[in-house]
Design a protein around this ligand. Sequence first.
Ligand code: GSH
Length: 200
Amino acid sequence: MKLIGTLTSPYVRKARLVLLEKNIAHEFVVDPPQGSLVLQANPMGRIPALILDDGFCVFDSTVIADYVDTLNDTPILIPRTDTIARLRVKRWEALADGVMDSAVVVRTERMRADDKQDESVLKLHNTAISNALDYAAGLLGSKEWCEGESVTLADLALVGALIYLDLRQPERDWRSAHPNLSTWFAKMMKRASVIAASDS
Ligand SMILES: N[C@@H](CCC(=O)N[C@@H](CS)C(=O)NCC(=O)O)C(=O)O
């Protein structure tokens, strides 16, 4: 299978982390949003897109993660039988995706000329990010993993969101505000999958 995307997209990183954690053979092809290869796989031109060996195209990182997790059990990243455990992991994913969504909006807004930037948009989305990080830190507490006793999609989605925040908002000192997230993040950054997907 082929995963298409860029090196910096947080959604792409999440999909890459899932493939790498589960050791699924794949080719990672770099193509930007609206690129010719992406458009063959996703009519909306968004990344990531996954092209299966039979040509079937899967898009949206949540759908890709859900599908890839069914391919083997080593490890299971989204609980399958305990519906509440599954819900909790998927809610973490939604929280991390929310941080990604708002960070992308802030980045897009900041790329406009200074006099064209909408302060209310920046404020809305920066506040959403701050609130999401407060919430994540509270949920994590002193636990080793976001959910359960081992790595799940929750951890992979959150680390992807925080790597993107560090890239686009290096001035945001979330580590001082949330030392528990900082400790968890430092440990996640040493995982083989995270190192392998950090080639940007
Ligand atoms: N909900 C989607 C979001 C994907 C997304 O918006 N990706 C961005 C790149 S970071 C993109 O392709 N933007 C281009 C566009 O919206 O046209 C997912 O999780 O895959």
